[in-house]
Write a protein that binds this ligand. Sequence first.
Ligand code: AHR
Length: 447
Amino acid sequence: MSNCPGMPGQFKSFNPVIRRIKVLTMKTTTLSLHTKFQIGRVDPRIFGGFLEHLGRAVYEGVYQPGHSRADARGFRTDVLDALRPMRMTAMRYPGGNFASGYHWEDGVGPREGRPRVRDLAWQSLEPNTFGTDEYLALCRTMEWMPMLTVNMGTGTPEEARNWVEYTNTPAGTKYADLRAANGAVEPYGVKLWCLGNEMDGQWQLGHVPADQYAIRAQQAAKMMKDVDNSIELVACGSCGLFMPTYMEWDRQVLDYLGDDADYVSLHRYVGNEANDTADFLAVTNSIDRQIEEMDAACRFVQAKRRSRKRAYLCFDEWNVWYKNHEVDGTGKFDPHLLEEVYNLEDALVVAGFLHSFLRHADVLKIANLAQIVNVIAPVLTREDAVLIQSICYPFAMFAARRDGVSLQVAVDGPRYESKNHGTTSIIDASAILDGNRLHVFLTNRGL
Ligand code: AHR
C-alpha cells in the first residue's frame, strides 16, 4: 500500500500522467493508472457495519451494563475502542433476520417496562433492554450514521411509518412526543432506512413472493417518505446468487417501487469450504460480477420506466462466513452463535471485497460488514477481554485512506486459472486519488 506511514513517498508530486508501479512478486506486475480515468467518488458509507440482535452481538457485545469496562450507559468501552480504528460509517440495525419479527415499540421507554419476548429468527430470548434510543446514543458516541431496518415480515407499513415519526420529527405528535418523553427532545434525523431484510428467503419471517413484498414495501415507503421526505430507502434485493429468483426478484421489486427505491440491497457471504485457497482468493471476481449484474438490473428497470432516477447499490451484508453455523439460541438470552474465528486468507478476501467496492464506486454507495462484534465479526469478547481478528486490519487500512475518487487500475502481471472464478490476477488492486495523494491498495494472492 502506498503512502502508508513509513513508506517511501514516491507519489508526493503525482502528475496526471500514466504511472507504472512495479510490484515484486515471482514475476513483475505492472499497474497503470491515470488521474483522469476516474470511476467515481468513494462514498464513505461503503465502510459501514452491521449490528443485529443475534447471539452476543448486542448483549455481551456492545452492551453489557455492570461490566468492568462498561460506561454509565452500559456500552462496553473495550469493544468500542477495538472498533474505532475501523472508522465505520453507516451502522445497520437491528437485523438481519431479527428485524423481520421485531416490533420497535418493545424497545423504547423505561427499561423495567419493556417486554421480554421470544425471538423467532434465532430462537433466543430478547429482553429489549437495548433498543432504538440506546442504539442511537451508541451511533452518536461512535459517529456512526444510523441505518434502521423496518419489519417487513410480521410488521405493518404503518409501524414503519411510526418509527420514522419517532426518530425524525419534531415533538408535537404522538410518536415524536413519545421520543421526547423518553429523553430525546430533538429528533435524531435517521436518513437511511432498509425496507425489510432478505424477504426473498423462505427462512425469513413473513417471507412472500416478489410481487407481494413489492406491495408491502411500496406502502411502507410512501408513508415513511410522507413523514420525512428527506430519508433514503433501501429495497430488499435478492439475497444471493444461489436464490432461484436471483435478478427476477430485483427486476419486479424495482419496477414496482419505482422512484421510491433509492437503493437495492445485495448480500454475500463467502467461504473456503473446499479448502482451496487459490479458488477462495479468486472469489473477488464473482463479487465484481454480482455488483455488475445488480447494476444491470437497476439500469434495465430505469430504462424500461423511462425514469430520470435510478436505484444505486447497497451491499448491506458481506463477509467471510463458513466455519461456524451455530444458529440455534433456543431459550437463551445471549447464546454463542456464529462466533467465526478468522485467519489470514479470510483477511485477504475481506480486502478483495473492498477492492471490488472501490472498483464500482460509481454505482455502489453503501456497504455493511456483517457484523461488528462476536457474530461473524472483527471483534470477539470474553468476559474480561477482547480479541481483535485478522479481518479488522484490511478494513482499517482501507478506511484510513478512503477519501477521494476511485481510479481505474489496469493490472498486467501473472495470472492463474481458478477452479470456480475464472482467470485471476495474482495481484488484486484498487486505488483512490485524494487531491494530489494517491493510495494504491494491493493484495498478493500468490500462494
Ligand atoms: O448476518 C447474519 C444473517 O445472515 C442475517 O441475519 C441475515 O440477513 C443473513 O442471512
